[in-house]
Design a protein. Structure first.
Length: 176
């Protein structure tokens, strides 16, 4: 799936740029905009995670989580027996393909977990993020995607910034 007005060559260039940043582990903050960019960033994070992947999401939205690039990376990651934790705001009535995959693996693998956030943890996040529920993903305490606009799937990201990644990882562990 690609954005309505996002040419294939532009998306390919974005994928190449993101892969370069992940491979070289550049400490460089970049933006992602839209569903296709979000799927590319999250997939690349999963592909390069060495230790653990943590994600806080509304419901693992289908617009991103049904994209093949994301499903493929998620399945490969879950097969590697590295820790994966997913925290959701709510359980959707019709889950995305990715959420179905996480639920399936969580039944048989102790390294895959998911659950719904508590009311207390929601309030804590709202206090920290000025009244908003900001979604984020962290890998290895240094790679992150932190949403700035949930509806438009905009986010700031970095593949090597422990100054933001470690506190986000600690926050995730506190609310999980």
């Amino acid at each position: 799936m690609r954005e309505k007005n996002l040419p294939i060559d532009e998306l390919d260039k974005y994928k190449n740029d993101i892969e370069f940043l992940a491979t070289t582990e550049e400490n460089f903050e970049y933006n992602n905009k839209g569903e296709a960019h979000a799927a590319v960033v999250l997939s690349t994070m999963l592909n390069h995670t060495k230790e653990n992947f943590l994600m806080f999401s509304g419901e693992l939205d289908k617009a991103v989580a049904n994209q093949e690039i994301f499903i493929f990376a998620l399945k490969n990651y879950l097969e590697e027996n590295k820790p994966f934790k997913l925290l959701l705001e709510e359980m959707p009535k019709k889950p995305s393909k990715a959420l179905d995959l996480v639920k399936k693996y969580a039944k048989s693998k102790s390294n895959v977990e998911y659950k719904i956030i508590t009311k207390t943890s929601k309030e804590l996040l709202k206090d920290i993020f000025d009244g908003d529920m900001i979604h984020f993903s962290i890998a290895d305490g240094k790679s992150y995607r932190l949403e700035t606009d949930r509806k438009m799937y905009k986010a700031v990201c970095n593949f090597n910034d422990a100054n933001i990644g470690v506190p986000l990882q600690e926050l995730f562990n506190d609310i999980y």
